[in-house]
Design a protein. Structure first.
Length: 340
């Protein structure tokens, strides 16, 4: 049996999709699962346990796009699963020649395919679990923990990278992800509070803080590191996706928010604490045995994008660094990650 899975483009959304692949693998053990992803997700697809092969989806209707369609049609797939609500993936799925195509009930899928699986904004694990049940029946696994693996090279690369920034291989680290995309800063805890948390984790649990983020956050990261009063490292702008996997697999603890790195850490099985305010952790929070969410649970939360117009941001600002550190240290102690 040949199955083609069309993914969304973000790290968190890719993690949300893995239970679908796992469900197909469970229901059809002989299935060969091919993931169609954007270039940024190739390192993750290569490390995903339920995925057998992958194809890269170009960003525009170029010659490479039509070459991809030819390769997909050559697979003579039995089933195509579309997770995107965009026209490009829906069109590919419509033309890929699969005997059956399953999609969410949204505008483009309804026009091009006839989407039938109920869908609620935003993209989320609950949406994908509905899709998994639709294509594979009753589910044994309902989270993504453990569905990514690391290679020995990932660990070596992470140790080399950390060593270059003054963190020896034997040091337990806490990875902190203080940043979010420019379009979603309204759901982010203030970065300066991460500096205080970094200091407290080192003092209370012996965890060396390591910051991660993209190149665009390098300036903000330097302000955070300047405020951290203990030894640590900033890898902001210094890791590609594959290197980030290695660093997170090496971590004793991860602290983030509603963002892709949080889900990547949880998928790798790293003890994960996520700070949530205006968004709903029931929809987009990390899942798994060692994944915890910190939220004040205010009556006005979640409010999603309305937080961009909120003057108080109480749902986030009422969470103190000391509270986050307390919760993080308790999680680290629970999994035996502290070094005192």
């Amino acid at each position: 049996m040949e199955v083609i899975l069309f993914h969304l483009n973000q790290i968190g959304d890719f993690c949300f999709s893995l239970p679908i692949a796992a469900a197909v693998q469970q229901r059809y053990p002989e299935a060969e699962i091919c993931s169609v992803v954007r270039p940024n997700l190739v390192p993750l697809a290569q490390r995903a346990r339920p995925i057998d092969s992958l194809e890269v989806r170009p960003r525009s209707l170029t010659k490479a796009y039509w070459s991809l369609l030819v390769r997909l049609r050559a697979r003579r797939a039995d089933l195509a699963i579309v997770l995107s609500t965009s026209p490009g993936p829906c069109l590919l799925a419509r033309l890929c020649g699969a005997k059956k195509v399953v999609a969410f009930d949204n505008d483009w899928a309804r026009r091009l395919i006839g989407g039938t699986v109920p869908y609620d904004t935003p993209p989320s694990l609950p949406n994908n679990l509905r899709m998994a049940e639709h294509v594979a029946g009753e589910l044994v696994k309902r989270d993504y923990a453990g569905l990514l693996h690391t290679t020995p090279e990932d660990r070596v690369t992470a140790d080399q990278l950390l060593s270059a920034y003054g963190v020896p291989a034997e040091r337990p680290i806490a990875v902190l992800a203080p940043f979010g995309s420019a379009q979603h800063l309204w759901k982010c805890w203030p970065p300066d509070r991460f500096a205080r948390v970094a200091t407290l984790l080192y003092e209370r649990a012996g965890l060396t803080p390591v910051l991660i983020g993209g190149r665009d956050e390098a300036g903000a990261a330097s302000e955070i590191t300047a405020a951290v009063a203990v030894p640590g490292a900033s890898l902001v702008g210094e890791t590609d996706t594959g290197q980030l996997v290695g660093v997170l697999a090496r971590a004793a603890l991860f602290i983030g928010q509603d963002s892709g790195p949080t889900h990547l850490a949880a998928t790798l099985g790293c003890p994960t604490l996520a700070i949530f305010g205006p968004t709903d952790p029931q929809l987009t929070g990390p899942v798994g045995e060692n994944s915890h969410v910190m939220s004040k649970g205010l009556a006005c939360s979640p409010c999603h994008e309305h937080a961009a117009q909120c003057s108080s941001r109480e749902c986030l600002l009422s969470i103190t660094p000391e509270e986050v550190a307390d919760e993080a240290v308790a999680l680290a102690e629970q999994v035996g990650a502290c070094r005192r």
